[in-house]
Ligand binder design. Structure first.
Ligand code: IMP
Ligand code: MG
Length: 178
């Protein structure tokens, strides 16, 4: 598929994101300590996770890092609520504290599945950090422990988030208007 031509308006700037990540990291390290396994959910969280891990370093965390690729399948374009593991963890999480990192919390289906999966793998504590929270869009009850920004009910791209696999490279978060 070709890159969709979209009009993108800046919603959250690069500088605003950087400031917010500093505050968020201090809070996370204060709450969780330095021995944590960070688990970034691919693909959308890769830029957020890369910036967050460096901010966490500045607040004293000494984490291990791992990645999880999940996908929800459904008929047509709507998510069925069924989540599948595309790429599993490689780090051992039994007996450790985990911070799950995702780009955006919307229906809650993905993160509810991931959190449950980590508990089953023996993590002693599972906390969740999301860059964006689209409140009022939940299909299952779920709240993140750490939220970068509350997101308006708009389709957003950039800073890892895609529109039909494109636009992830934007260094800011933009809203698509067509
Ligand atoms: P959910 O909470 O299980 O619905 O998962 C939310 C996922 O849907 C995110 O991880 C994104 O991959 C995707 N998503 C939701 N809203 C947007 C958006 O506005 N732009 C880009 N991707 C989105
Ligand atoms: Mg995602």
């Amino acid at each position: 598929m070709q890159r969709p031509q979209a009009k993108v308006e800046t919603l959250i700037s690069t500088a605003e994101i950087a400031d917010r990540l500093m505050a968020l990291s201090s809070q996370i390290t204060q709450d969780m300590g330095k021995d944590v396994v960070l688990i970034a959910i691919l693909k959308g969280s890769f830029i957020f996770a890369a910036d967050l891990v460096r901010a966490l370093h500045l607040s004293g965390m000494e984490p291990r890092v791992d990645f999880l690729s999940l996908s929800s399948y459904g008929a047509g374009k709507t998510s069925s609520g069924e989540v599948k593991v595309r790429k599993d963890l490689t780090e051992e999480v039994d007996g450790v504290k985990v911070l799950l990192i995702d780009d955006i919390l919307e229906s809650g289906t993905t993160l509810a599945f991931a959190k449950n999966m980590l508990r089953e793998k023996g993590a002693t504590e599972v906390r969740v950090a999301v860059l964006l929270d689209k409140k009022g869009k939940r299909k299952v009850p779920f709240e993140a422990d750490y939220v970068g920004f509350v997101c308006p009910d708009k389709f957003v791209v950039g800073y890892g988030l895609d529109y039909a696999h494109y636009y992830r490279e934007l260094p800011y978060i933009g809203a698509v208007s067509e």
